[in-house]
Design a binder for this molecule. Structure first.
Ligand SMILES: N[C@H](CCC[C@H](N)C(=O)O)C(=O)O
Length: 287
C-alpha cells in the first residue's frame, strides 16, 4: 500500500504525519511500528493521524500512536506540528484550531513568529484517572505536594504523579546529565503501579523560571523532547513550590515555554514545529 507522509518534529521529538481527512486510514500495529522504525521504515517517535472533524464543534480529529504501535491519549509536541501541518497543507485557513483527541479537546494556535501555542487542557491529579494504583503506599509531603515511592531494582524513585491526558511520573534530580534516565526510565515506564504504563520525567530545577528536562517516554524510549512531559514537569514544580510564573524548559531538542494558572486551569505550552520532508512509502500488508 502506497502511503504518503510528512516528516516533522517539535523540538527534536519527531513524527510521521499522515493525512486521513479524505479517507480513513487503518494501519495495523505492525505497520505503525514499521513506519516508526529508524532502519526499516521512515523513523519517528510517534505517528500522527490527521482526521476529519468527528463533530461540528471541532475542526479536526487527532490520533497518536507511539513507535511501539500503541495508541495514546495525547502528544504535545505533535499538537504543534498538527496545526502547522493542516495550515501549511491548506486543510484550513485558521491559525487557531480546535482538535479532538482521545483525552479531550486541545487548541493549538500558530503564532506570527512561527512558534505554536497550545492550550493543553487542565492537568488531572485524581490518581485512579492517571491511572496510578497507590493502595498500600505512603506518600511523603515535599514542600507543597505529595511524592510517591516507586520500588525499582535496588532503588526507590520518589515521583510526582499526574495526567496531561496521558500519564506522567516526574522526579526532581540534581543534574539531568547524570540522572539514571536510561536505567530507571524503563523500570518506571513498566512499573506495576501504572496499569497503562507511564512517561518518566527527570527534572532539574535551574531557578524558579528555568528547568532542564529529560523524559523516558512510554512506548518510545528517551526522546529529545516531550511536550506533555514538559507540561507535567512544570505543573509538578509549581505545585511543589519550586517554580513560579511562565517556565522555560530546556530539553536536548530545544526549548519549550510552559505556564499554568492553577487548579482547573489549562496548561499553555509554546514551542517550535518544523517540516522536514514529504515522502511516500510502500507499506506491506502486516496483520
Ligand atoms: N509517549 C507518550 C505520547 C507522546 C507524548 C510526547 N511525544 C509529547 O510531546 O507529549 C505517551 O505514551 O503518553
Amino acid at each position: 500500500m502506497q502511503v504518503a507522509f510528512t516528516k516533522m518534529h517539535g523540538a527534536g521529538n519527531d513524527f510521521v504525519v499522515l493525512d486521513a481527512t479524505r479517507a480513513p486510514l487503518a494501519l495495523s500495529a505492525a505497520q505503525l511500528r514499521l513506519l516508526a522504525d529508524r532502519h526499516f521504515g521512515v523513523g519517528a517517535d510517534q505517528i500522527l493521524l490527521v482526521e476529519a472533524a468527528p463533530s461540528p464543534e471541532v475542526d479536526f480529529g487527532y490520533r497518536i500512536f507511539n513507535a511501539d504501535g500503541g495508541e495514546v491519549e495525547q502528544c504535545g509536541n505533535g499538537a504543534r506540528c498538527f496545526v502547522a501541518y493542516v495550515h501549511g497543507k491548506g486543510l484550513t485557513a485558521k491559525r487557531r484550531i480546535r482538535v479532538q483527541t482521545l483525552s479531550g479537546l486541545i487548541e493549538p494556535e500558530l503564532q506570527p513568529d512561527g512558534r505554536v501555542t497550545v492550550d493543553m487542557g487542565a492537568p488531572v491529579f485524581d490518581l485512579p484517572r492517571v491511572p496510578f494504583e497507590a493502595h498500600g503506599l505512603r506518600p511523603r509531603q515535599v514542600d507543597g505536594w505529595e511524592q510517591w515511592p516507586l520500588d525499582l531494582v535496588g532503588a526507590t524513585a520518589w515521583v510526582s504523579v499526574l495526567s496531561m491526558g496521558n500519564p506522567h511520573a516526574v522526579q526532581r534530580v540534581d543534574d539531568v546529565d547524570t540522572a539514571p534516565v536510561l536505567s530507571h526510565g524503563p523500570l518506571i515506564e513498566h512499573h506495576p503501579r501504572f496499569p497503562r504504563r507511564v512517561n518518566a520525567g527527570f527534572m532539574q530545577i535551574v531557578d524558579a523560571q528555568h528547568i532542564r528536562l529529560r523524559v523516558w517516554e512510554r512506548g518510545a524510549g528517551e526522546t529529545l523532547a516531550c511536550g506533555t512531559g514538559a507540561c507535567a514537569a512544570v505543573v509538578a514544580g509549581l505545585r511543589h513550590g519550586w517554580l513560579q510564573g511562565a517556565v522555560d524548559v530546556q530539553t536536548h531538542g530545544g526549548e519549550l515555554t510552559i505556564s499554568w494558572a492553577g487548579a482547573g486551569q489549562p496548561v499553555r505550552m509554546t514551542g517550535p514545529a518544523a517540516f522536514v520532508f514529504d515522502g511516500t512509502i510502500d507499506l506491506p500488508d502486516l496483520p
